[in-house]
Design a protein around this ligand. Structure first.
Ligand code: GLY
Length: 426
């Protein structure tokens, strides 16, 4: 089977790596891939927002299954365009990808189906939203309705900050049409957890939980990023809580989509928070998490490709995933200045030494390959993953490997998994 992986981040490198281990795969072709993926798989340079051209490329390369990494092509309808050409895609239709494409839609669906989530009000008028924010006590969460490259959510500590976020969305239109509507939400605090659920529209299989670290700096300080590191399993989550998430949140959402005549096929990512009032949904995404996939897929013992095929063929009822009990810690190594202004083009050293330990995996993200050498090419550059028989061992292995890597301005958090350590000490 010839599989195409679309995207260029650490998540896509981890997906390609896991799919390449399948007994069913003959070739893995990545579009466009990154410096690391180019070393391991065939990579094709193409514009992943040009869906008809991408479908032509897939057809001419006789691709049997397409796995889509990022949300933007899914929300734009890549699955519909490819299926129309007879090319199978593991990912939701445009109509189902609205679960990530519109926070308004997702919130409404949750509210109508008693799926626990933060209280929110939706606005399509700037004046009404402003008036409402002026009546609230901070912290206040302001969310652009549509996709905003991970920048559409502001957790404002003051009313002024919330009003500025609103102005950016609805008056300055910095996110274009994505900011035509906003949600103003209550602030939720607690331990965050991410769940990835494979769905064929009716049947589901849940993956193991993981926890991301969204802030740029140690101690969860600084601006939000795409994710600075992740780990799995999550000691703060009990088995009972996990079952509850699976049935009351993930399965309830997938059932609600089916009842609306909008069945959800693909992976559904639940971004959840354990509040004093119980578990609540922060957001749904219609793809694997990044860097969650890099901490979850190394623990998967089953054949991922086989599960994805069952997903597109409506056979997930037959699927059982088995998981390694080992702990997995992923540290994201970023360019200095990320998520704001950063420079790229710096040579990266130490990759070979860092990956010499068989308990280390390195998934590339913002890298490029020139004359066999690897250079930085993005904000999040590398994902350094350590596997160990306990949490501290996995974390130690990941950080030992990180210390062998070097490039100008390199930045990483030194406290990935600190919450897990706290939970294990309790
Ligand atoms: N790690 C957050 C995300 O994938 O959206």
């Amino acid at each position: 089977m010839r599989v195409m992986v679309i995207g260029s981040g650490g998540r896509e490198h981890a997906l390609a790596w896991k799919i390449a281990q399948s007994r069913l795969v003959s070739d893995v072709i990545c579009v466009p891939g990154n410096g690391g993926m180019e070393g391991d798989y065939e990579c094709l340079k193409a514009d992943i927002s040009d869906l008809p051209s991408l479908a032509d490329i897939a057809a001419s390369h006789r691709i049997d299954l397409v796995v889509v990494g990022p949300e933007a092509p899914l929300v734009e309808g890549i699955a519909d365009v490819f299926w129309e050409k007879g090319i199978a895609v593991f990912g939701p239709s445009k109509q189902a990808a609205i679960l990530e494409g519109s926070k308004y839609f997702a919130k409404e669906l949750m509210m109508q189906n008693n799926i626990p989530t933060g209280r929110a009000k939706m606005f399509d008028s700037y004046g009404d939203a402003k008036q409402y924010i002026e009546s609230l006590e901070p912290p206040i969460v302001v969310k652009a309705d549509g996709l905003a490259a991970g920048k559409g959510v502001t957790v404002a500590q003051t009313r002024d900050e919330a009003l500025k976020a609103l102005e950016k969305c609805m008056a300055e239109k910095v996110f274009g049409a994505s900011g035509d509507r906003v949600l103003v939400e209550e602030f939720l605090s607690g331990e965050e957890v991410s769940i990835l659920t494979l769905s064929d529209g009716k049947n589901v299989v849940h993956m193991v939980p993981s926890q991301d670290h969204k802030r740029a700096y140690d101690g969860d300080a600084g601006p939000n990023t795409g994710g600075m590191g992740a780990y799995s399993p999550v000691p703060a989550l009990t088995e009972e809580m996990e079952k509850d998430i699976q049935s009351r949140i993930m399965e309830a959402t997938i059932n609600a989509m089916a009842i609306r005549g909008n069945p959800y096929t693909g992976v559904l990512y639940g971004g959840l928070i354990l509040t004093d009032e119980g578990l609540k949904v922060l957001e749904f995404n219609v793809r694997f998490g990044d860097p969650e996939a890099q901490a979850v897929l190394p623990r998967l013992e089953s054949d991922l490709l086989e599960a994805l095929i069952m997903g597109v063929e409506g056979r997930l009822a037959e699927c059982r995933l088995s998981w390694s009990p080992r702990f997995c810690v992923c540290v994201v190594v970023a360019s200095g200045g990320y998520p704001e202004i950063y420079e790229t083009g710096f040579p990266i050293s130490g990759l070979k030494a860092a990956s010499s330990d068989s308990n280390v995996l390195i998934f590339h993200a913002g890298t490029k390959r020139e004359d066999g050498k690897i250079f930085t090419a993005g904000g999040r550059v590398l994902n350094v993953v350590g596997l160990g028989s306990d949490f501290e061992e996995a974390r130690g292995i990941a950080y030992e490997a990180v210390k062998m890597i070097n490039f100008e301005g390199m930045h990483y958090r030194t406290d990935i998994g600190y919450r897990a350590l706290l939970a294990l000490q309790e």
